[in-house]
Design a protein around this ligand. Structure first.
Ligand SMILES: [Zn+2]
Ligand SMILES: [Zn+2]
Length: 336
């Protein structure tokens, strides 16, 4: 089959590789669409610790079941499915306490095992979810949306919360729509790019603020006591640090974007103590795929405006560049 092979950081080729082999409890999926995201940028740059090179990247994939192993019972060839990329061992400490995303033997499709920027991918049956009624383009958003659901489960917003989202890329806009449907009195979105802010407005943000300039003052005018929750969806350490003053006393900061592995920010412990701040992380997904599928099937979250590039496998590096460049680019998907 044809696949993108990331041999080492910044060294990618499209090449013929052996077709995946099927174990009894596995399925082979013919990939229709696979989204590129910030994590893929980190894999490419070599600053994502979980990665094992060489690897076929791609973890936001949707496709059709091509073949099933002899022990597979719940799905059949021809069904459109999405694949949960995180494969839990089910026997370590964290798996035993239902925190599978922290599995000590975590395998991640597209990070440390063969991923979706290929014609076919193999996955355990238990990681495969049918997605009746969704197009492949929509279904490739199930994985990123399930990360959003997981982050929001951790954050537990109150119904009257005022929320600040930093970053109006595809993830920020999935976050915005999910919050708009699930509760919060007001959502304010910031970004550097005017086109993204316009889309945030259309998708339900009460206010949008262009980052930089007098943004801090505008945010203060919108929420004089600060926001109940501030969510970083940029993965830019300076943005994370800049969100702290925007959180109200007793409020929460959710670190959702993926910063470079070695980056640091400085926070005064006294401030966290004295202002009753909560700082939360949110790593990947855990038991949130079904919720993400429901949000898409019901139309509560819409993704038709979020795809800017549909490229063949050979467009992997072009896609990475486009997603990084910004203005005019949103989600990049490859269609093997
Ligand atoms: Zn992703
Ligand atoms: Zn485990």
């Amino acid at each position: 089959m044809l696949a993108v092979m990331l041999e080492a950081p910044h060294r990618a080729t499209v090449q013929q590789v052996a077709d995946p082999q099927l174990q009894a409890d596995e399925v082979i999926v013919r990939v229709e669409r696979c989204g590129l995201c910030g994590t893929d940028q980190h894999l490419y740059d070599g600053d994502y610790a979980l990665t094992r090179y060489p690897v076929i990247p791609g973890h936001e994939l949707a496709g059709v079941i091509e073949a099933v192993g002899t022990a597979v019972t719940a799905v059949r060839p021809g069904q459109r499915v999405v694949v949960e990329p995180n494969i839990h061992c089910e026997h370590c400490h964290y798996c035993h306490i239902q925190r599978g995303n922290h599995c000590l033997n975590l395998q991640v499709i597209g990070v440390n095992r063969a991923g979706g920027f290929a014609q076919f991918v193999v996955a355990p049956e238990r990681n495969v979810y049918p997605v009746a009624g969704l197009t492949a383009e929509q279904a490739a958003f199930v994985e990123p949306l399930s990360c959003v659901v997981y982050g929001l489960r951790r954050l537990r917003l109150a119904p009257a919360a005022r929320v600040l989202i930093a970053g109006a890329g595809p993830m920020g806009l999935l976050m915005l729509q999910t919050i708009r449907r699930s509760g919060a009195a007001e959502v304010v979105v910031t970004d550097l790019r005017a086109s993204r802010l316009a889309l945030a407005r259309e998708l339900g943000a009460e206010h949008v603020v262009a980052a930089g300039g007098d943004a801090a003052q505008q945010l203060k005018d919108l929420a004089p006591y600060g926001f109940d929750a501030a969510i970083d969806v940029t993965g830019v350490p300076g943005v994370v640090q800049g969100l702290v003053p925007s959180v109200t006393d007793g409020g929460s900061l959710l670190i959702f974007g993926v910063s470079p592995e070695q980056a640091t920010v400085s926070v005064r412990p006294y401030e966290v103590f004295q202002r009753d701040l909560t700082i939360l992380g949110s790593f990947a997904v855990a038991y949130t795929f079904e919720d993400a599928i429901t949000l898409l099937q019901s139309g509560a979250v819409r993704v038709d405006r979020l795809v800017s590039h549909r490229l063949p496998l050979s467009g992997y590096e072009e896609g990475l560049r486009a997603a990084r460049a910004g203005e005019g680019s949103m989600k990049v998907q490859l269609a093997p």
